[in-house]
Design a protein around this ligand. Structure first.
Ligand SMILES: Cc1cc2nc3c(=O)[nH]c(=O)nc-3n(C[C@H](O)[C@H](O)[C@H](O)COP(=O)(O)O)c2cc1C
Length: 355
C-alpha cells in the first residue's frame, strides 16, 4: 500500500505503521510478537504474568521468575525477528512494574509501552537504556498533558510516541475510570486523536507520533485513523485469531464463536472497566457470585480482591483463560471479536493490511 505513513518511534522505524497491542496474560508472548516483528510491524510482548507457567515458578517466587521469563521471551522473539522492532507492554498497575521495565530493557527490547494508569516514572526506569523508546497509552488529551508535564519537569524527556486507546472498542482494561466513559463519544478516536495531534504540534511543539488503538480491523479503519492524524495503528483482537498467537486453541475458539451479545464490560478488580467475553465465570461474577481462586502473587498495586476479598483474583482468571478453561477463565476481548471468522496467519493479516 503506497500511502501508509512512516511510523518513527525514537530510533525505531518498522516497515509498516502497524503495532500489535500487548495482550496479557501471555496472549501476546514471544510467538505472536516475534511473528509480527518479522512481518514488518511492531510486535509487543505483554509483561503481565509471564511467570505463570514457567517451569521454575513454585508459587512463591513470582516476581523473580517474571524477570527470567521476560528475558527468555524477549530473546525468543528477537530470534524470530533479528531485524524487527520489538516492544514490551508493562502495565503501570503492576507491583513489579519497575522490575519488569528494567528486565525488558536489559533483555534488549526496543520500546516500552505503558498504560493501565499513568506511567509517571517510566523515564526513570529506562534512563540507563537510551536507545529504548518510551510510549504511554492514554485515552484523553488531559492524560497526555499530565504525563508530558511531569516527564518534562522531572526528567527533561518527551514520549517517543503516544498510543490513544479508545474505551469504546478496545479489549482488556479500558482507559476509563468510570463505566459511563466506556460509551462516551468524547473518548472516541475521532474526538481524541485530532485534538492530541494539535496539542502536540501547537502546545508541545514536538513531532511525537500518535498511534490509534481500539476497533481497528481493516484498511478502511486504518485509513480513517490516518485521516485523523495518526501515524500508526495498534491492533489487538484481530491478532488473537492467528496461528502464531500464544493463547490456547480454546481461547481462539471462544473468539470464533462469539456474537455481539457475548461482549460485556465488567468492573475489574483493578477498579477500572474491562471488556471481556460472556462465559460461565463472568456470568457468575455479574450475578454477585464470583468464584475466585486464591490470590496468585499480589501482582497489582491496587486489587479489590486482595484489599477487601471482593471481586476475584484476576491473574488466576486470566491464566485460566490463556490455558483455555472456559468455565473459570476471564477472556478479555475487543468488540471486534464478532469479526473473527477464521484462524489466520500473521503474514496473511499483513498482506491484507499493508501488502
Ligand atoms: C486479550 C486482550 C488482552 C489485553 N491485555 C492488555 C495488556 O496486558 N496491556 C495493555 O496495555 N493492553 C491490553 N490489551 C489492549 C490491546 O493491547 C489493544 O490496545 C486493544 O485491544 C486494541 O483494540 P482492538 O482489540 O479493538 O484492536 C488487551 C487486549 C486484549 C484483546
Amino acid at each position: 500500500m503506497a500511502n501508509l505513513p512512516m511510523l518513527k518511534i525514537g530510533g525505531h522505524t518498522p516497515k509498516y505503521p502497524i503495532v500489535q497491542g500487548g495482550m496479557g496474560v501471555k496472549i501476546s508472548g514471544a510467538g505472536l510478537a516475534g511473528a509480527v516483528a518479522a512481518n514488518g510491524g511492531i510486535g509487543t510482548i505483554a509483561s503481565v504474568g509471564l511467570a505463570c507457567d514457567h517451569p521454575l515458578f513454585d508459587g512463591m517466587n513470582y516476581f523473580d521468575i517474571n524477570e527470567i521469563a521476560m528475558s527468555e521471551a524477549v530473546t525468543a522473539a528477537r530470534a524470530a525477528a533479528p531485524d524487527g522492532v520489538l516492544a514490551v507492554n508493562c502495565m503501570t498497575a503492576l507491583t513489579d512494574y519497575d522490575r519488569q521495565v528494567r528486565s525488558a530493557c536489559e533483555a534488549g527490547v526496543d520500546i516500552i509501552v505503558s498504560g493501565a494508569g499513568l506511567p509517571m516514572k517510566l523515564p526513570e526506569y529506562t534512563k540507563d537504556f537510551p536507545s529504548v523508546a518510551i510510549v504511554p497509552i492514554v485515552s484523553s488529551v488531559k492524560a497526555a498533558d499530565l504525563i508530558i508535564r511531569k516527564w518534562g519537569k522531572q526528567y527533561g524527556r518527551l514520549p517517543d510516541a503516544i498510543v490513544v486507546e479508545t474505551p469504546l472498542y478496545a479489549g482488556g482494561h479500558l482507559g476509563a475510570t468510570r463505566m459511563e466513559h466506556v460509551t462516551d463519544s468524547a473518548f472516541s478516536l475521532e474526538a481524541v486523536v485530532p485534538e492530541l495531534v494539535k496539542y502536540l504540534s501547537d502546545t508541545v511543539h514536538a513531532d511525537i507520533p500518535v498511534i490509534a488503538a481500539g476497533g481497528i480491523w481493516d484498511r478502511d479503519d486504518m485509513q480513517r485513523a490516518f485521516g485523523l492524524g495518526a501515524k500508526g495503528v495498534q491492533i489487538g483482537t484481530r491478532f488473537v485469531c492467528t496461528e502464531e498467537c500464544d493463547a490456547s486453541p480454546r481461547f481462539k475458539q471462544a473468539y470464533l464463536d462469539a456474537s455481539e451479545d457475548d461482549v460485556l464490560v465488567i468492573m475489574s478488580p483493578v477498579g477500572i472497566p474491562g471488556r471481556a467475553l460472556r462465559n460461565p465465570f463472568v456470568e457468575k461474577y455479574t450475578e454477585g457470585l464470583a468464584d475466585s481462586k486464591p490470590c496468585m502473587a499480589a501482582c497489582l498495586s491496587h486489587c479489590e480482591y486482595l484489599r477487601a476479598g471482593s471481586t476475584f483474583c484476576i491473574a488466576q482468571a486470566l491464566v485460566d483463560a490463556y490455558q483455555g478453561s472456559w468455565e473459570t477463565g476471564l477472556f478479555f476481548t475487543g468488540s471486534n471479536v464478532v469479526k473473527c471468522g477464521k484462524i489466520d496467519t500473521v503474514a496473511g493479516i499483513f498482506k491484507e493490511l499493508a501488502g
